[in-house]
Design a protein around this ligand. Sequence first.
Ligand code: ARG
Length: 459
Amino acid sequence: AKPVSRAALAGEADPRLVALSVSIQDDGALYAEDIRGSQAHVTMLAAQGIVPKAVARRIVAALDQVRAEFAAGKVRFDPALEDVHTHVERRLGELVGKDAGYLHAGRSRNDQVALDERLFIVAACDRCDAALERLQRAFLSQARAHEATILPGYTHLQRAQPVSLAHHLLAYVEMFGRDRERFAEVRRRAAISPLGSGALAGTTLKLDREAVAARLGLAGVTRNSLDAVSDRDSAIELSFACALAAVHLSRIGEELVLWTTKEFGFMTLDDAFATGSSLMPQKKNPDVGELARGRAGRALGDLVALLSIVKNLPLSYNRDLQEDKRPLLGGPDALVLTADAVAGAVETATFHADRMEEALGSGEALATDAAEYLVERGVPFREAHEAVGKAAAFATAQGRPMAKLTAPEWKGFHPRFEKDVLRVFDARKSLARRDLPGAPGPRQVRRELARWEKALGKR
Ligand code: ARG
């Protein structure tokens, strides 16, 4: 049998392989996590008597310096060194000499990179959560300011029934609330340590896995070494949480675009959150909403990339997994940027209550109320629906708003209509009667505003 080639280890690999293998340009971003993990690992090795205590102390101190050098952009990337792990270790060797070789006992880059990613994911969840909270506050403050503003709620982008602007904005607060719950779940599952899993089959050394986990602020250790080095579920879950939050941002982005058109005229962006055209002097563009939509496309791509990388991998570690860096590492920051810009745009926007009220029209949005009027008087809903449908068609044919139909005319469409049906055509009164939990009526909305203000607390 031919001996195993050591070419790659000796740095004699073909440049074409090196070019394909190098990942420092992506995983260099994980230097802080990598160094934290190494410091916890070597401290434990010393406590276990595997490494001399003085050596461990020097390694920890030197790693602090390596971290500072990375932070200052002073570390020269060398393609032959492949990834962040070897870059850190090489620099450590330059600083402490041969003793640097003690660090990697009982560890492989396979459990090392799994740890780095978990540390990254935990911190990323916190950043995303904070950004989503800022976003919720922006929506909540506008909702509070617009308790009494009414507009048509839409289905199929057609005017449907009256809601308050507060209720509409609180819908987004709900969405971002679910997103935050998701990030908390992702964080909880990510916050366990794979160190001690080795390349795939652990180690013969007497490591203290729990101590490393505790030092890193993680809640426990992984339970299967094969799974631990090949599992990227937390990366995928983080990516999914980012993608779904980005999709929510994309939905508000779409509404920003629509609502700022002359055709809708429901809102105006503050100048600081709008852009002009390089050609057309009259333009004020809602780029923030468009970018929110566009960014979501990237987030979806990242998620699909991660799922595709893991699909079909046999246990345990496979080099394919290195390809997870680019889709994983950029997502959370992109979400934070988008969330902050949208929060700013919403916070500073002006909503036009007059245009919203105008869009309510005179009565069409209350056709359902007229049907419910009959239901309350014992008429089966389908029969009521049909009677009001005829009234609506009649009003349209006559070119009159529904609210202007007379009591006798209503009577003609159904005998149970009385004079007081005319009172139905008041959007505010209609809204006030929508008072079940979750409804857009003012009492329920006030309750929700108070609930969210309490949940988010003072700032
Ligand atoms: N850069 C590698 C990655 O991200 C680290 C693990 C390398 N392991 C190996 N056996 N080559 O996956």
